[in-house]
Design a protein around this ligand. Sequence first.
Ligand code: UTP
Length: 302
Amino acid sequence: MSKRVRTAVFPVAGLGTRFLPATKAMPKEMLTVVDRPLIQYAVDEAREAGIEHFVFVTGRNKGVIEDHFDRQYELEHTLEMRGKVEALQELQKDLPSAGRTSFTRQQEPLGLGHAVWCARELVGDQPFALLLPDMVFQARPGVLKQMMSAYEELGGNIVGVEEVDPKDVSSYGIVARGAGPDSGFRITGMVEKPKPADAPSNLFISGRYILQPEIFALLSEQTRGAGGEIQLTDAMQILIRTQNFTGVKYDGKVFDCGSKLGFLTANVAFALEREDLADDFRKAIRELGLLEPDAEPRKVPA
Ligand code: UTP
């Protein structure tokens, strides 16, 4: 039987350059989709999948993420005094339990592979989940939970994938699909940001992984790949020679909230799912004249 996955790693040390100036002093992972920071969606997804230990790889300007997962006595007291019971309960529900979070530092943003390597001492010799918090999903059950089912059956390494328009493959890590159903098929190869003509499929790695600890030894070689960064995909391409990799084409949809378009779309999609907001939000959009095809946005008076 495969070793249980108890630990999840959240790399949050990137510079978020695509979101400047918003990310100059504030971490990208604290941008909100409706009213929850991106990092909270990832932590909730991990908790739903049975994760017990939450490891954050942070960097400069990221202290606020640590504060976000801490108690705020003054705020809690004020909410209590004002009788805002629901808001208070909501805050308390979002916190991982005491002693279940760890923070380590990536001193230089040398790439995702390097960020994952920085977690090696905290993860130790056990399989772990890896969640990129800027990828937010609409999926029930959550994507990591769907991947856990495949892991329990097949063990090894598991990668969540989704279809992308074939002309856009060069923005992503793409897998080659072998035998097996969507819920767990053999991955026979991977390539980071291929040209459309060279891509082995249009299935892209969308930011959720279950990895075996042998990945750390490969990452420790610190070889620079695409963009001069230490790439996780490069280490996985070596590990696949000796270990099984399974793809899960999960039921759900990703929003790449590291890009402006994905972030804005996620806000609309999540707001329209919220019982407390959807009707009024739809009305507000209609008033802007944006629901008709080819509608021009209402001009804001100068
Ligand atoms: P991205 O490449 O999307 O994030 O990495 P980035 O580098 O911050 O963004 P841009 O491209 O400059 O806008 C995906 C995840 O990996 C983390 C990021 O914080 C993000 O959550 N990451 C990336 C690190 O922790 N360290 C790195 O060196 C690079």
